[in-house]
Every structure is written in C-alpha cells, then in structure tokens.
Ligand binder design. Structure first.
Ligand SMILES: Cc1cc2nc3c(=O)[nH]c(=O)nc-3n(C[C@H](O)[C@H](O)[C@H](O)COP(=O)(O)OP(=O)(O)OC[C@H]3O[C@@H](n4cnc5c(N)ncnc54)[C@H](O)[C@@H]3O)c2cc1C
Length: 474
C-alpha cells in the first residue's frame, strides 16, 4: 500500500518526473506559476561535471545551437556566460566550422548564428545549478517515478519509489513527464484508461562511437568544429565524423554509421573508421592528438515521436516534454535545443494563461509539439534516405510528399555551401532560430535561384594555424 504525502489544499504543486535537461528547465518554467515544484530524479547528481548513469548519452559529442541556447538564457539569464567562464566555446556558424557535406565543402561565411560546445556534464551541471537553486524547488534524488495517479479526465499526481524502497503517492496539480528516451508514458496513459497515443519512428540503426582527446599543443583555441558527413544519396550505409572542441583543451570526436556501416569500441579501428570516411581530415586530426578515454558506443539514436498533441481525449494536469515525447537522431544535434525550447514554450503558456488554468495542459502540449515539429521533420526525412531504415510514419510530409521535399532540401543545402544568403537562411532554420517557413519567403527563393555566388571548394577550408596541426604528431 502506497503512503500518500500530506497535502495542503491551497498549495499549488507541480511535480516534474526526471531531472535531466528538460526536467530542470521545466522546473524553472513552473517555478513562478505554482507554490512548489518537486523534481523526481532516479539518479544522484554528481558533485562535479561528470557523466552519470541516467544520461548515458552524456559521454558523446553534444552541440547546442543558438536557438536552444537562447531558450536556456531566456529561462535562466546569465547561464551562457557561466558556461563560457567554465570553458564552453562559442562557435560562429559557419565561420568556425569546417564542414564536408554530402555536396562538398562549406565556405566559412561570416557567422550569422552560433553554437556552444562543451561536455554534456558541464552543460547539464551548469544549467542544473542555475535552475534548481530556488527555495520553491525541491529535488528528490534517488527516487524513481513509477506511474501516474488519476483517471482519464485528470492526472492528480505521481507514484514514486523512494531510496529506501517505499512507494509513495505525490499529489500534484500538474505533472510534467521529462524522463527521457526511456519514458514509460505511453504505458502509463493506458493504465489511466486512455487509448494508446499514436507514435511515429524512423530508425537508421545509427551507432555512435566516441573518444575524448587532448588537443595538440599549439592548436588554435577553440579549434573549429569539424565534420565529415555521409552522402545520403548513395544508397549505401551512412558514415560520419564529428570533432567538437570542449572545455579543458580537449576534443570530443564522435564517429557514427547507419545499419551495415557501424563503428565499434575497438580502439585500433577508431582511426581506421575515420580514415574511411568520405574525407580523411578527422583521421589526420586524430593522429595529431592524444587519446584520454576509451571508445564508448551507443545505439540510442532512434527518431521517435509520441503524438500526445493528437489525443482526442487527454487528461488535464499532465504535460510531457524533452526526449520523452520527441527523440531525434543525434547526428542533427537538435534534442537539447528542442527540450529547451519546449520548456520555454511551457513557461510562455503558463504566463499567458496566468498560471495553471483549465486547458493549460492541452495548450502547452500543442506548443511543445510545435517546437519539435521542424527538427522532427528535418531529422526523419533525411534518415528515410538511408538503406535498411525501419520506419513507421504517417505524416504525409514523410510519405507522399517526401520525394518532393527531399529534392528541395538537396537544392537548398547544396546552394548554401556557395551562396551566403542561402547559407544564412538555412542556418537560421537549422540552429532553430527561425521557422521552416523562412525557406519559403520570396527573398529566400530569389537568393536560391541566383545559385552559386562563389566557386566550390576543392579542399578543407583550414587556415594556416589549423592546417599546421595536421603536420604535428602527439
Ligand atoms: C548519442 C547522443 C548524442 C546526442 N547529441 C546531441 C547534440 O549534439 N545536440 C543536442 O541538442 N542533442 C543531442 N542529443 C540529444 C540529447 O541528449 C537529448 O535530447 C536530451 O538529453 C533530452 O533531455 P531530457 O531531459 O529529455 O532527457 P535526458 O537528458 O535523457 O534526462 C532524463 C532524466 O530522467 C531521469 N529518469 C529517467 N527515468 C526516470 C524515472 N522513472 N524516474 C525518475 N527519473 C528518471 C534520468 O535519470 C535523467 O536524469 C544526443 C543524444 C544522443 C543519444
């Protein structure tokens, strides 16, 4: 029999399940609109920025695009400065990037947007410290969410298991599920008597293999982001490489391959895999650097979307955000930004409604779905191009309209390499600072029709100091 926590009637209580990035930002979003927020986190947070069990992806390369960074800053002013002070790099997009796309090398046009690069534990720890340092927010660590309380009309709280193994019912006026990719929300909803929510998925079978390196002595700081992407048009498995400069004069290098082209944890094969990419630049950089960690792999790269926004009947008192509702192939680097923009959307809905009013959960869930829509479409549509993908999609943009959309995407992306106006507009969309409709304006279509404004590049656009790194040995 579960214990029920005592409840004061006048106190408006928000409960957030999962204290990862989405969860702590959701706690911040709720803070000004309820009397008390309780965050339920299964892990114990580390004292220092280091990987933890509940966020296994934290060992892999994570880039935060400006659209996500601005959402974090809007919720927690000063956080970006604190991240920079702690060693995060601000990368000008595309000025501080050396990118080999499916269509060739990208010109390093002056930056129109930015990205932040640092280790995931540093990012999470900095955001967590800023978000949870508030007397209205209580965090129950070592506590596991086990289900929802209530019925199909209203969620009234959550059932949790405390560190001593006791089961406890926590009443709440609003429950936010932010338990990440492993969320059991779909099942929990059916236990309330609701029909199953529809789900879409695209799985390329992508495997990530990551290793952290000491940057070579004398390498420019920050070193540019370097990426070598697969060509999704070849009909062969896609293989990619990504180097991000992170705090502490380190590089985090992630290699990845779709089904049939996966990397392994074998340290000897790490550089070989990088050398077999469409260009050997990343392998040459690996040769110049000192490895600091073993190779770690993950296969948690499925695109999956749970359509809570489409439930004909949905209970009051429940919102879900982060990977719990939309998880994306990480190669596109959008998951954290979607989580941050969703938490910001939740805060905006609460502010506009003047707090937890009837209908708030539905409005907020629609705003969260809207924040995830473009990244979902970008990721799922590109991934449908890979062989052996396993897809279950119903969105017409991914079925009947897919070929037409992909043709336009190929034209825009190839032109963006050599035309700054097209590049800036596309960058605004891919950094999640502008909506997809930004690529449909008359100004944009005129720029697109103008085609290349510069000749294509035939080699990586490294400056002299960056190229000098390739001649060093560790
Ligand atoms: C390999 C990889 C690389 C990625 N690279 C990028 C990138 O470059 N850029 C980017 O923007 N995104 C990237 N992502 C996506 C990003 O990691 C996620 O989008 C982001 O972590 C989502 O945050 P979240 O809070 O929803 O989930 P998580 O960060 O996974 O947090 C979930 C939290 O819930 C807790 N929890 C889980 N179950 C329970 C429970 N039952 N009870 C209590 N607590 C629970 C966990 O301990 C954890 O703290 C990548 C993902 C992967 C897998």
């Amino acid at each position: 029999m579960a214990e029920t926590a005592p409840r004061t009637q006048e106190t408006v209580h928000g409960v957030v399940l999962g204290g990862g990035l989405a969860g702590v930002l959701a706690a911040r979003a709720l803070r000004d609109h309820v009397d008390k927020v309780t965050v339920i986190e299964r892990d114990t947070y580390p004292d220092r920025p280091e990987p933890r069990k509940g966020v296994p992806q934290g060992r892999h390369a994570h880039i935060l695009w400006s659209g996500g960074a601005e959402a974090i800053e809007a919720l927690l002013p000063g956080t970006l400065d604190r991240l920079r002070t702690a060693g995060a790099h601000r990368i000008g997009v595309k000025q501080d990037m050396v990118l080999y796309s499916a269509y060739g090398w990208q010109h390093r046009f002056p930056a129109s947007h930015y990205a932040l690069t640092c280790s995931r534990p540093l990012l999470d720890g900095t955001v967590r410290d800023a978000a949870l340092n508030d007397p209205r927010i209580e965090v129950l660590q070592g506590t596991e969410a086990q289900g929802l309380l209530g019925d199909r009309e209203r969620v009234t709280g959550a059932r949790v298991r405390t560190p001593d193994g006791t089961t406890r019912d926590l009443p709440a006026d609003l429950v936010v599920d932010a338990t990440g990719r492993g969320s059991r929300l779909k099942h929990w909803l059916t236990t309330l008597g609701l029909p199953p929510a529809t789900e879409e998925s695209v799985d390329t079978g992508l495997t990530y293999a990551t290793r952290v390196f000491r940057a070579p002595t004398g390498a420019p700081r920050p070193f540019p982001v370097v990426s070598v992407y697969a060509d999704h048009r070849t009909g062969r498995p896609g293989r990619n490489g990504l180097l991000l400069p992170i705090e502490g004069d380190r590089w985090i290098i992630t290699l990845s391959g779709t089904r049939g082209g996966e990397p392994t944890t074998d340290e000897d094969h790490f550089v070989d895999f990088a050398r077999a990419l469409r260009h050997p630049l990343i392998a040459d950089l690996i040769d110049a650097a000192d490895p600091l960690t073993p190779v770690r792999t993950t296969r948690s790269t499925l695109n999956r979307r749970l359509h809570l926004d489409r439930l004909a009947r949905r209970p009051e008192g429940l919102v879900a955000l982060g990977d719990c509702v939309v998880s994306l192939n990480p190669i596109h680097g959008h998951g954290m930004s979607v989580a941050a923009r969703s938490a910001h959307a939740l805060e905006t809905c609460l502010r506009r409604a003047g707090g937890l009013k009837p209908g708030l959960a539905r409005t907020a869930q629609q705003a969260i779905a809207a924040a995830a829509d473009a990244p979902w479409l970008l990721s799922a549509s590109q991934d449908l191009c890979y062989p052996d993908n396993r897809a279950d999609v119903s969105d017409p943009r991914l079925t009947t309209l897919a070929a037409q959309r992909q043709g336009f995407a190929d034209l825009v992306t190839s032109t963006s390499l050599v035309n700054q106006r097209v590049c800036d507009a596309l960058t605004a969309v891919t950094t999640l600072t502008a909506p997809l409709a930004h690529l449909e304006t008359p100004e944009f279509l005129t720029a697109l029709r103008q085609g290349p404004a510069r000749p294509p590049l035939s080699a990586p656009p490294l400056n002299a100091a960056e190229a000098a790194v390739l001649r060093r040995t560790p």
